[in-house]
Design a protein around this ligand. Structure first.
Ligand SMILES: Cc1cc2nc3c(=O)[nH]c(=O)nc-3n(C[C@H](O)[C@H](O)[C@H](O)COP(=O)(O)OP(=O)(O)OC[C@H]3O[C@@H](n4cnc5c(N)ncnc54)[C@H](O)[C@@H]3O)c2cc1C
Length: 429
């Protein structure tokens, strides 16, 4: 029996637990810093919608019944509604539909499925319990990890293998970096965000936004709003803005926040309640962190997976899809090497690292920031829709990413010319 500790009960840690327990010979213990999501309201402060497409869903399909459970908590999206100050939104319909699900809802479904299937002998989960340090000496027979429960004394737990699935601010990774065992570049993205929740249909039924597509508003000066429908007829989303340009900063009352939305994006303003306007005013601003590492494992003991090892900007909607795909790739390697982690771990870095580095390039440089490239980007998207089949050189990274068939490395290779031009335009800025 292999004793596995997974740090982090996010989408990556929970799906990996499912994969390991579906094989034989594993006992899994999960430690999560946050509280049990089953005890939280669906719309709590730190959540946001995630667009799941075939890349992430393929990994989920390895567990019978899981996709159905996730789909039941999602909305199917046919595309995008781009809202303007006046009139009907411009609707873009995509060939392939995606699933829209709130991040906390996704973890809740993954968790419920896990605890329904596995009892205490194979699985234990500890919430409100943060990993604080990892012993990185190599000559020990087992891996020691120190945890700090919220209301109790710190303790040390031992395991055969440790999984760092603790997200962009991974403590496991930081311990390895501090000990000089791996390299990692971290960057705070220029934009910040606040989560936002409004009903999709107004109380009097007079206003209703489409329940089968994402909604976007561009408010100028780098301020934008993205809202995704949820199955309970709510919209969950994010207000994204440059840190020095928080449109709500000077608004001191809920009425002022409501008036701001009613004036700047009326279709959403009509749906917002005074209560939500106040909650939004008080809600904390969150930052995006990106992470680029030189490996995805340490020795034959530690696996680094998901955002812990490759957090990217959410602009291209791939972070979670790539993280779930990591799990799928690692599962194949466990199968190939008969659960011998000493072979599967280095093979994982060798196979997956080039792809997640390609993802980072795509997420940093797919969208142009200069006006002229922005116009060209719009034109290419339009022409691609009509002529893309015959002129593949017109394709933007986004259309290839939505397709979900090619690896990130292949997409980068095919669109390298465009990526280089966006990169150069940013150097000139
Ligand atoms: C606004 C926004 C929109 C996004 N939209 C999309 C999208 O449309 N499509 C997409 O694919 N991706 C999207 N993403 C990215 C996606 O959310 C992440 O890639 C995904 O959640 C990664 O999953 P994870 O399990 O690796 O990490 P996380 O979801 O970050 O989970 C890590 C878990 O580890 C826990 N943890 C952290 N530190 C410790 C510790 N020391 N001890 C114990 N536990 C710890 C955390 O509490 C957390 O629960 C978006 C991200 C943001 C911020």
């Amino acid at each position: 029996m292999q004793n596995i500790i997974i740090v982090g009960a996010g989408p990556t840690g929970l799906l990996l637990a499912q994969i390991l327990l579906a094989r034989t010979g594993y006992k899994v213990t999960i430690y999560e810093r946050r509280s049990d999501p089953r005890q939280l309201e669906p719309a709590s402060d730190r959540t946001f919608p995630i667009v799941l497409q075939s890349r992430g869903l393929r990994a989920i399909r390895a567990i019978p019944g899981l996709e159905t459970a996730i789909t039941a908590q999602s909305c199917r999206s046919q595309g995008l509604a781009i809202h303007r100050a006046k009139g009907e939104p411009r609707r873009i319909t995509r060939k392939l539909s995606t699933l829209l699900i709130d991040r906390n809802r996704l973890t809740r479904v993954l968790l419920e499925q896990l605890v329904q299937q596995y009892g205490d002998e194979q699985l234990s989960i500890h919430f409100d319990c943060a990993c604080v340090s990892v012993d990185v000496t190599t000559d020990q027979a087992s891996q020691a990890v120190t945890f700090q429960p919220k209301n109790d004394e710190a303790f040390v737990a031992e395991c055969d293998r440790l999984v760092a699935a603790d997200g962009a601010r991974s403590q496991v990774r930081d311990c390895l970096v501090e000990a000089g065992q791996m390299q990692c570049d971290q960057e705070i993205i220029a934009d910040v965000y606040k989560s936002l929740f409004v009903p999709r249909i107004s109380a009097d039924g007079g206003t209703e936004l489409d329940g089968d597509r994402n909604h976007t508003w561009s408010l100028g000066n780098g301020i934008r709003l993205i809202m995704a429908p949820q199955p309970d007829d709510w919209l969950h989303g994010t207000l994204i803005f440059p840190p020095n340009n928080n449109p709500l900063e000077s608004l001191e009352t809920a009425e002022a926040v409501l008036a701001f939305f009613q004036a700047r994006c009326p279709s959403l303003g009509q749906l917002m309640t005074l209560e939500e306007a106040e909650a939004l005013r008080l809600r904390p601003v969150s930052t995006f962190l990106t992470v680029r590492c030189d490996r995805m494992h340490w020795g034959d003991r530690i696996l680094l997976i998901g955002d812990a090892v490759h957090a990217v900007s959410p602009s291209i909607g791939q972070g979670c899809n790539a993280s779930l795909q990591d799990v799928g790739v690692f599962a194949q390697l466990l199968e190939q090497f008969d659960d011998d982690w000493s072979q599967a771990l280095p093979a994982f870095t060798a196979q997956r690292l080039p792809d997640v580095h390609a993802l980072r390039e795509l997420s940093d440089f797919s969208f142009p920031r200069s006006k002229s490239l922005g116009v060209e980007f719009g034109l290419r998207m339009l022409l691609d829709k009509r002529l893309g089949r015959w002129l593949p050189q017109l394709k933007t990274p986004m259309s290839l990413l939505m397709n979900g068939e090619q690896s990130y490395g292949e997409i980068l290779e095919q669109t390298q010319g465009w990526i280089n031009r966006v990169k150069q335009s940013q150097v000139k800025e």
